[in-house]
Design a protein around this ligand. Structure first.
Ligand code: GTQ
Length: 362
């Protein structure tokens, strides 16, 4: 080793010891040419996840302290981050399956993370959001805007299961989290049941008094209306990359209903195979109905009802319905954040579709 090299290496050691860094030999790794998320594509089968979730029903209750009975998805690429990968399924988003059993209550709290929910199974339970009981049924999409008190109650007679998605990893990265317990176990109900649904009807018509657009004025988007919208769209030409898809938006602004969290429901007709594209935002998919596969970065991820999979940033992907019936894919994403930061862009695959080079094995 030359004296120059020895001196340089010693210099790097001294820098490091003083918590300083040399940009000239780090720029390639701290400023990658393209998005290089630490999270990886992955898929969890419903049979396995739901068995773990139901088992948690025998082991724990949603008491104060634990707050919620949720088994969350921990991306293998982020697993080494403490604690529990900071709940990262993508760089910005957390997701998990929540279980509420008949007769159970989950305590009231609020936090500055935004949440959305997609009801996977059951009915009869309600969430109380800022004084309003919002009843939940299979296929419904709900928002729990940042800063609002919320708790869950299940007077029905069968287990309720739903998918939660929150921007927990993003708020962790931003160093901006707050979380607070309500002084009572459940907050008082101060509004008529399903108040925001009565006021909005999912119609795009807004009561004239509403000019506060900090969050969507509609707590729940009912499956019946979502399905109707997709049936109507299906009479038109499909989108090349997403077939028939609708986003859940704030009817007062046209922006994502979940503020920082985007969400959509898409329908793939039987046999449909989309074109491949990629975008900067990441997405979490939950199969609401049907069977097929998604090719992510050349790898085939086979799915069926209840499965959850993740599409990290800037990776090619396309969807295929291999079943006899329409497939419905719910998904949630960080597109609103990418857009507000002017980071979003999208690219069509030059060959239209990908060459399949492998099949996902968990
Ligand atoms: O239901 O309020 O999955 O606060 C994570 C945090 C659900 C909830 C989660 C939460 C909730």
């Amino acid at each position: 080793m030359s004296t120059h090299e020895e001196r340089l290496n010693a210099y790097y050691e001294r820098l490091k010891a003083r918590h300083l860094g040399p940009l000239w030999n780090s720029i390639g790794s701290i400023m990658t040419k393209e998005p290089s998320p630490r999270v990886v594509p992955y898929l969890w089968k419903w049979d396995e996840v739901s068995a773990f979730v139901m088992e948690s029903g025998e082991l724990v209750t949603p008491d104060r302290g634990g707050e919620r009975r949720v088994v969350f998805f921990s991306n293998p690429g982020a697993a080494d981050l403490e604690p529990w990968g900071w709940g990262s399924l993508t760089q910005t988003l957390y997701a998990g399956i929540q279980l509420l059993l008949p007769g159970e209550k989950a305590p009231s709290h609020r936090h500055n993370q935004s949440a959305i929910r997609f009801i996977v199974q059951g009915s009869g339970a309600y969430t109380i959001v800022e004084g309003e009981r919002v009843y939940m049924e299979e296929g419904d999409f709900l928002i729990t805007p940042a800063g609002l008190w919320h708790d869950h109650v299940h007077p029905g007679d069968k287990p309720m299961l739903w998918l939660d998605c929150l921007d927990i990893p993003m708020l962790y990265q931003l160093g901006a989290m707050f979380f607070e317990h309500h002084p009572e176990f459940n907050q008082p109900v101060t509004l008529p049941d399903n108040y925001t649904t009565l006021r909005y009807s999912g119609s795009g018509l807004r009561p004239i008094q509403d000019h506060d657009n900090r969050y969507a004025p509609q707590a729940v988007f009912k499956w019946k209306q979502t399905k109707q919208a997709l049936d109507n769209l299906s009479r038109l030409e499909p989108d090349a990359f997403d077939a028939y898809a609708v986003e859940y938006v704030n009817p007062a602004t046209g922006q994502a209903a979940g503020n920082t969290i985007g969400a959509m429901m898409q329908k793939l007709p039987a046999g449909h195979h989309t074109k491949a594209h990629r975008h900067v935002h990441s997405a979490i998919y939950h199969v609401f109905a049907g069977e097929g596969y998604t090719v992510i970065g050349g790898v085939k991820f086979a799915w069926q009802k209840g499965d959850t999979f993740v599409i990290p940033n800037w990776v090619w992907h396309e969807h295929v319905n291999t079943g006899q019936a329409d497939a419905y894919l719910f998904s949630t994403n960080d597109q609103p954040v990418m857009e507000v930061l002017h980071l979003e862009k999208t690219e069509a695959h030059p060959a239209g579709q990908q060459e399949v080079t492998g099949e996902f094995q968990p």
